[in-house]
Design a protein around this ligand. Structure first.
Ligand code: ARG
Length: 453
């Protein structure tokens, strides 16, 4: 690459500072697939012979195998994955190898490799999400009938089925898959053929390259094609949101696994101990997941900041796209894997959940709605029940207040009020779409079973 223009070799520090082969080697499969498709187009355009194309392809396949089995010798002075592979190829097959980079720049080459990588990772992440959804769903099926308090502000609010809670995370994860799939539309665009920034006087059939590499579309502006890293930002955003969702699930489980709550217990295989306190059993997997979400946000912010006010087309700054991308992909992969394996082994303490959900004050809203059904405006009913709750304080449970006393707050109270304090009955009445009636929850379980099949 420096042979013609340069008289002096690059300084060691400069090389070490700028090389990317140490991390972008992980794009070798994509790079080789791209080169084979490019060689096919060169042959079609008559730039190389069919014979040369064959040599290139088999040379690249050999290199691919060597890299996979870690026999390939990487050379820092060749900067990146692209030059390492091309150089080795040319050393081995001679002139044909030297023709491979015709009508191509590393600028469109790296954009291609990255898009291929993100496309693969997007699909893989969706599959992993599905696996976690299945873990949540099977837990929901197993723990179908158990109640748990629903919280707002982390204060007991209203009872729900534990299954309803679990399915709330299945919903969030479904949006994550949908978002990934949607971003794929913009990732799935072939940049190869854009050259350094202005295409080439050697015209290749880009549409046919796109078909070979399974791209749906071909980029329509060479300048934009080498500039664009929107798809990296979008993917990092998708991963950051997955992390955010997992961090919220983590937080619930961390709180619920405390002695104070005791709703769930992480299995020993997914817990850690203390180096000092012998009794400790800590929920580190969930804590790490909560913590790693910060990293995912940081990677997204780092990419956006790298791109801010960057001059059009390729600038070396763009090389900074890779480590954050790989890091986020690895982080989310690991978190999804741990959660999928950890959830089925989690112990559900049904007794503790049921007892907490049985707190009659969780049915205060039902009591207000009782008055509404008897004709009282909701605001007034809310105030009336509020007063009853305040007067009862912690001394008296809501369901233990005698009817004669309730009647002092409203003459609408009658003997049938006692039926209010039955969580199961309350839930059966919650029939509007999305609400946690047993019938609805069952239907949602059936829906997800079908969708996740
Ligand atoms: N290693 C480079 C990157 O990751 C490849 C593209 C180099 N292009 C260039 N004009 N120096 O971005």
């Amino acid at each position: 690459m420096r042979k013609g223009r340069f008289r002096k070799p690059i300084a060691r520090v400069a090389l070490h500072y700028s090389e990317s082969q140490s991390f972008d080697r992980r794009l070798y499969r994509q790079d080789i697939a791209g080169s084979i498709a490019h060689a096919t187009a060169l042959a079609k355009a008559g730039i190389i012979s069919a014979e040369e194309k064959k040599k290139i392809e088999s040379g690249l396949r050999d290199i691919e195998r060597e890299i996979a089995s870690e026999e390939f010798s990487w050379n820092e002075s060749l900067e990146d994955v692209h030059m390492n592979i091309e150089n080795t190829l040319t050393q081995r097959i001679g002139e044909a190898g030297a023709k491979l980079h015709t009508a191509r720049s590393r600028n469109d080459q790296v954009a291609l490799d990255l898009r291929l990588y993100v496309k693969d990772e997007t699909r893989r992440t969706s599959l992993q999400i599905k696996k976690l959804q299945k873990s949540l769903l099977s837990l929901a099926q197993k723990q179908g009938g158990v109640l748990v308090p629903g919280y707002t502000h982390l204060q007991r609010a209203q009872p729900v089925y534990f299954a309803h809670y679990l399915l709330s995370h299945v919903e969030a994860l479904a949006r994550d898959s949908e978002r990934l799939n949607d971003s794929l539309q913009r990732t799935d665009v072939l940049p190869l053929g854009s050259g350094a920034l202005a295409g080439s006087t050697i015209v290749l059939d880009r549409e046919s390259i796109a078909r070979d590499l399974k791209f749906t579309r071909v980029s329509q502006n060479s300048l934009d094609a080498v500039s664009d890293r929107d798809f990296v930002c979008e993917f990092l955003f998708c991963l950051a949101v997955i992390g955010m969702h997992l961090s919220r699930l983590s937080e619930d489980l961390i709180v619920w696994s405390t002695s104070e709550f005791g709703f769930v217990e992480f299995s020993e295989e997914f817990s850690t101990g203390s180096s000092l306190m012998p009794q400790k059993k800590n929920p580190d997997m969930a804590e790490l997941t909560r913590g790693k979400t910060g990293r995912l946000y940081g990677n997204l912010m780092s990419m956006l900041t790298t791109l801010k006010a960057l001059p059009s087309s390729y600038n070396r700054d763009l090389q900074e796209d890779k480590e954050v991308l790989f890091d986020s992909a690895d982080t989310v992969t690991a978190a999804l894997e741990v959660f999928s394996a950890m959830l089925p082994k989690m112990k559900i303490n049904r007794g503790r959940m049921t007892a907490a959900a049985g707190d009659p004050s969780l049915l205060a809203t039902d009591l207000a709605e009782y008055l509404v059904k008897k004709g009282m405006p909701f605001r007034q009913a809310h105030e009336t029940v509020g007063k009853i709750v305040a007067d009862a304080g912690s001394k008296q449970q809501l369901n233990r207040i005698p009817l004669t006393k309730l009647k002092k707050y409203s003459s609408l109270f009658a003997a049938d009020v006692s039926r209010i304090f039955d969580a199961g009955r309350s839930l059966s009445a919650r029939q509007s779409t999305g609400a946690p009636s047993p019938k609805n929850v069952k239907a949602q379980i059936a829906r997800w079973r079908k969708e996740l099949r």
